[in-house]
Design a protein around this ligand. Sequence first.
Ligand SMILES: C[S@@+](CC[C@H](N)C(=O)[O-])C[C@H]1O[C@@H](n2cnc3c(N)ncnc32)[C@H](O)[C@@H]1O
Length: 288
Amino acid sequence: MTAVASIADAAVARLCAAGCSRDDARRDVGVLARSILQWSLADWLARSSTEAPADFATILDALVVRRARHEPVAYLLGEKEFYGRPYRVTRHTLIPRSETEGLVDVTLAWLRERVEGAPRPAHVVDVGTGSGCIAITLALETATSGAMISATDISADALDTARENALRLGADTVHFYLGHLLADVVLPVDVIVSNPPYVPSLDRPSMQPDVTEYEPPTALFGGDDGLDVIRQLIPEARRSLAAGGALIMEVGISQADAIAGLLEAAGFAGVERHADLQGIARVIVAHL
Ligand SMILES: C[S@@+](CC[C@H](N)C(=O)[O-])C[C@H]1O[C@@H](n2cnc3c(N)ncnc32)[C@H](O)[C@@H]1O
């Protein structure tokens, strides 16, 4: 008999030989193996010394070969968790990041404050929805408020995945639009939320191949300084937001000052910065 653990150990050794740290290799092999076996973490701890199913080694080996070439685990699994829910991801969608949950938290707090005394339910637009993780989370977390959630993306393939995620997760009220920035969304808009492509193209050579060789460049890069899409979004948001509305964006490390300057120059009255756990401003809220 060949135990699950000994097949997993061989897979860890293979990833280490390809340059992975032992900790990362053990974590990745554990996640891949549990997904193949449909095991919980408790199963993994209790059952690793049992005999492996016939095709386990072959399937794990194929995934480990791809992982050794830096393909992210989320693409190997076709799934990534965001705000406690599983999202389908493909090579056309950015893999949702945990820091983007902070953008959702700030947006939910803004919506909760607005509800008191608001003349009508809010209309929220997620610009650059990718897998749909922001729009779908907002729809599910505000389901009882009557908020209308729209989402746009310039990538038709990403939008297909976002629509699929919305159906799978029970957020079929989200309206999806294909196009540039706000595309053809219905006005008025009360909140524009966006995790735009903001990575400076000049940073590309120093980035992990897991990101640069696999995630879609249109989802990552915003020109030399990373601000190209944001420079276009700010005036469009200014024109589209209803009185009292807000533009809420995730921004890159050290971009907050430059973006606050662009927002003030465009006529936004107030700009708030929200810091992450390291004290770095990663979310900006601009009020009219
Ligand atoms: C950083 S990803 C964010 C994806 C998702 N919202 C998330 O947080 O995981 C940026 C997204 O913006 C889309 N995008 C890039 N340029 C755009 C544009 N001009 N108009 C609309 N969407 C755009 C990309 O296709 C990509 O899906």
